[in-house]
Design a protein around this ligand. Sequence first.
Ligand SMILES: [Zn+2]
Length: 310
Amino acid sequence: MSKSIIEAKALQSEAAAYAWVEARVWPQGPVCPHCGGFDRIGKMAGKATRIGLYKCYQCRKQFTVKVGTVFEDSHVPMNLWLQAMYLLCSSKKGISSNQLHRTLGVTLKTAWFMAHRIREAMRVVGVAPMGSDGGVVEADETFIGTKEGRRKAKSGYGHKMVVMTLVERDGKARSFQIEHAGREAAEKIIGENVSNEARLMTDAASYYRHGEFDVADHETVNHDADEYARYERDADGVEHVIHTNTVENYYSVFKRGMKGVYQHCSEKHLHRYAAEFDFRYSNRVRLGVDDVERTVRAVQGIVGKRLTYR
Ligand SMILES: [Zn+2]
């Protein structure tokens, strides 16, 4: 019989959890977060010593692997952090703070902070332009929830929050919370994130038709005319399928998660939820990333993202 992941040592014992996280965050051995030193570090031992405590004999300061990460200043045992991370990484539509609270036995408030810190770990920083290999990048936007201080309107999208997403076909997703769907936002986000080698595909919204994008090619599909995909040959005779189904599939998971699991999301936090769905999509099974490897990648994302808000 296959072994249950829930029985993994790193999810059950705090010492094993520390060792597991240290091996991922410090693959070459411990690094002092205070001075960057790595060659004069000793592990603190003794009965009264905290788990995972090290001392740097270069700067004479002590540290654990939590210092300088989203786990800093948290008293949650490391194995519970890993349990929460595994749950968030392996649940396609996310997992509510209420569920984390019940499953992990922490307070609802703690569960909420843990989930947001894990989303921060999932946030991608300093990334290269999308589609730089000449691949397809699909762009679209979706409307979600209600903006703060706005009443739900019978029609139109003015009261809703807007997320714009770029998805590389066979690749990653990157989402942005924007104020209005329009030419300004589309040009800025595509300009900052899409390579000029990329083939951009969008729907036929006017801001896409009239926008100026520095890309190798920009094709639109006209959903209003019931056009969902078409085939076109480029100057080199290569056939391309023009559609935005990839980004729409991304949104179907995102919206089911936001409606079914997260339900009420404030404008202030929407970008964090978007980062969570981007992370799972960009590290999905089809790209060779299973639930455990996805958790490893989230753990590697804790570094350098210490959160100071509370
Ligand atoms: Zn040091």
